[in-house]
Design a protein around this ligand. Sequence first.
Ligand code: UD1
Ligand code: MG
Length: 452
Amino acid sequence: MTDKATPMTYPPLACVILAAGQGTRMKSSLPKVLHPVASFPMIRHVVKACEALAPQKVVVVVAPDMDAVQAAVTPHACAIQSQPLGTGDAVKAAREALTGFEGHVLVLFGDTPLITPASLMALRERLMQDKAALAVAGFVPADPAPYGRLVMGTNGKLQAIVEAADATPEQKAITLCNGGIMLFEATALWALLDQIGNDNAKGEYYLTDAIALANKQGLAVTTTTLDADDVRGVNTRVQLAEVDAVMQNRLRTAHMLSGVTMIDPATVTLAADTVMGQDVSIGPNVVFATGVVIEDNVEIRAFSHLDQVTVKKGAIIGPFVRLRPNSVIGEAAHIGNFVEIKNTKIAKGAKVNHLSYIGDASVGEKTNIGAGTITCNYDGFTKAHTEIGAGAFIGSNTALVAPVTIGDGAIIAAGSTITQDIPPDALAIARERQTNTEGWAGRFRALQKTKT
Ligand code: UD1
Ligand code: MG
């Protein structure tokens, strides 16, 4: 641990994230590192963990055809590895982008999205304390089979990393493995990379060979052991689901610890950017896509789906509500069961409680939208806006054919199809007038009886 009286001063940091591998086991046309974890491309999580360390530079190593990966890591630099010749070769590809950089170079993989800033800091601290040129993040996986093994010397120091494909039976029995995250003193890194060859089972330039080479040259090498979840990698969609589950659990825990109640946490799906205030209550089976902000004292009931929406304090949402992008639900508003809201601003205290579609609209304060109200916002070609004032009352089963404006305080009779603007405080009835024919039903029944 760092002595609190003399805090450690760290040299400048550069991060190199390797992402040029093809990810063939994902069986996907999408590059592996773009598959989402908590609704964001997994490489964004790695970038975010790096950013938390305030590095001088982040360089992402990609293959030549990975424009989408380059876009996903903006504004950071990308370096192209022209052929996938191994992790050692991939780091070399970043060298030019780091010309003149002096300090520590952290090498990470783009497919380990659960890495945390705390773990990265632990590695930095270990390197500094041991005055080493190189530090390796080890872990003890449940199944060590595919990983590089950390071979320790009799002095207890890391001697070498042996890749699974090259390991002897004794080495395969080692349970401490390479998590794939390494920290190097920059000059040592570039010198070591030049010496790495490809005389191994895969014919690749292994970054992991740097350890034995460093030892040979008398450079100090050290290692720290991280939580296995932190370095969990994604190679298949099964592992993608497992990693997402760990991420979801972390996100739920963080929200609950900061004042959110979840009735059945395991069923709540969050995005990495979900923002929630205090005393928010979330029912079972609620899904948060990206860009959701929930203010204090909001209740979100079961089976609701929220996407790019802000819900202001004290609002009640659900059960079975769908809130679609660019919507704002006002303070203490109620959005009830089987209601869909899209690109709409619902003002303070307004209610849309049952079976409605409100899209491309604005609903004023304290307006009540009756059951089965539909904004007819689309004519097959363009979308049009519906403006509903404050204190209005929209009767059940009303169709509002946009563009249309409903004045403040207006009342619409149930079952109306509104095609013209309604002035403030007016009553609008837009349906066939009812006719009652006295005695008709009795005569009808009598007639039917004579037929049988
Ligand atoms: C690597 C390590 C292994 C470690 C394991 C942890 C090496 C040689 N082996 O093995 O010790 O236990 O990770 O998960 O480093 N990449 C490139 N260009 C390449 C090859 C790979 O950018 O030419 C990138 C990949 O996109 C990936 C990362 O490097 O993000 C790791 O490559 P991968 O092939 O998965 O290495 P492993 O065999 O898993
Ligand atoms: Mg791998």
